[in-house]
Design a protein around this ligand. Structure first.
Ligand code: GDP
Length: 163
């Protein structure tokens, strides 16, 4: 986005990845849930000049036809860390291949780092084959949406992508 414009962020992740917790961590206002069609939810919040839309991609095959409609002018893509449930690199690659997401920066939050069972961020980056992404900026960020640790670092990276 250009200065003064609303930054549109899409947060993707499997159910239970911690997207809602992350969103609450970022925004002071109430989270609204839009349910445009049965089978998937979009949670949305406006905060500090950005609009964050959150998707559960557990049922990604069913929601695929709606991507173009809702992601048309997305500035950033944030994939909630696949921790402890793992999003496969194939799934992420397939999702980010979407035409409307070409060149859009990708931030992966490796969430729930406060858990002893959490895989280290580097391991998650490797598991998602992030090093193979050459047509977009990407970043892996360890965080805990629960404690807030690392969340601001991720947002700082996001803000650098738009300036
Ligand atoms: P969503 O389905 O992706 O929106 O996930 P939620 O935000 O509802 O979180 C699912 C569960 O994981 C809840 O019980 C959260 O309290 C928990 N959770 C979310 N983030 C963290 C985190 O960073 N650390 C820990 N330990 N639990 C978390």
């Amino acid at each position: 986005g250009s200065p003064g414009q609303e930054l549109r962020i899409v947060l993707l992740g499997l159910d239970n990845a911690g997207k809602t917790t992350l969103l609450k961590c970022l925004a002071s206002e109430e989270v609204s849930t839009i349910t445009p069609t049965q089978g998937f939810n979009i949670k949305s919040v406006h905060s500090h000049g950005f609009k964050l839309n959150i998707w559960d991609i557990g049922g990604q095959r069913a929601v695929r036809p709606y991507w173009r409609k809702y992601l048309g002018s997305t500035d950033l893509l944030v994939s909630q860390g696949p921790c402890p449930r793992v999003l496969s690199w194939q799934e992420l690659a397939e999702l980010t291949e979407e035409e409307s997401l070409m060149g859009v920066p990708l931030l992966v939050f490796a969430n729930k780092q406060d858990l002893v069972t959490a895989a280290p961020a580097a391991e998650i980056a490797e598991g998602l084959s992030l090093h193979t992404y050459r047509d977009r900026e990407w970043q892996i960020q360890a965080c805990s949406a629960l404690s807030g640790e690392g969340v601001q670092d991720g947002m700082n990276w996001i803000s650098k992508q738009i300036t």
